[in-house]
Design a protein around this ligand. Structure first.
Ligand code: PRP
Length: 203
């Protein structure tokens, strides 16, 4: 079974769960992108690419943030909420400044373009979304946007830049996902693994 993991902290936390289940060390060797162990092939991929690997069946299962699958509208099966990487997707803006609420069209900077677009359109608020790739908090500080839609974990990035959380759009956490076809052909193995992960993770 092939498992796509998002590079970094979440991958390490998931590999620690596998260690607990199989009583063996699971660790990517430095710079290696593939780890084969105990009948599994783990792929070390970028967070934003996990869903693509799973959707295209380059991996049978994977771990990815709920925010990412929502933004990408990925056609995958969601198997389990791992409760890792908890965060919110929120509207943020300059502290104490509510003037964006009175504008006929607001300018929103975000990495999560679809989520931002859908949120404001459901509220009936005309919004122009500017897609950025990082350091989103900078945009309202230099007048590039009125507000941002971004990931908030501890809230310290907002705070340290004189911004505040204005509206919570959604909550997110890491999900175990599966390719739809793999789920059909490998159902017993996948379900057994989900059960073991659930137990080991205390979820
Ligand atoms: C994310 C997010 C915020 C920050 C939130 O950025 O975009 O900037 O983390 O975390 P906090 O609430 O705990 O401060 P990331 O580190 O992924 O970098 P980015 O600027 O490339 O988006």
């Amino acid at each position: 079974m092939t498992v796509a993991l998002p590079k970094g902290r979440i991958a390490n936390e998931v590999l620690a769960i596998f260690k607990k289940i199989f009583n063996e060390d699971f660790e990517f060797e430095s710079r290696k992108l593939i780890l084969k162990k105990a009948g599994f092939t783990f792929l070390n991929v970028r967070n934003w690419d996990v869903a693509t690997y799973v959707e295209k069946q380059a991996a049978d299962i994977g771990v990815v943030g709920f925010d990412v699958i929502t933004e990408l509208r990925s056609d995958v099966l969601e198997l389990l909420d791992l409760g890792l990487g908890k965060c919110r997707i929120s509207v943020g803006g300059i502290k104490g400044d509510e003037s964006y609420k009175k504008k006929s069209e607001i300018v929103v900077a975000s990495k999560l373009k679809n989520i931002a677009k859908e949120y404001f359109s459901k509220k009936g608020i005309p919004a122009q979304i500017i897609k950025l790739n990082g350091s989103i908090e900078l945009a309202p500080l230099v007048g590039l946007s009125d507000v941002i839609v971004d990931i908030v974990e501890t809230g310290s990035t907002l705070k340290e830049n004189g911004l505040e959380e204005k509206e919570v759009i959604m909550h997110s956490s890491a999900r175990l996902i599966a390719n739809k076809n793999s789920f059909l052909t490998k159902k017993p193995q996948i379900l057994e693994l989900v059960e073991r992960i659930r137990e080991a993770n205390g979820a």
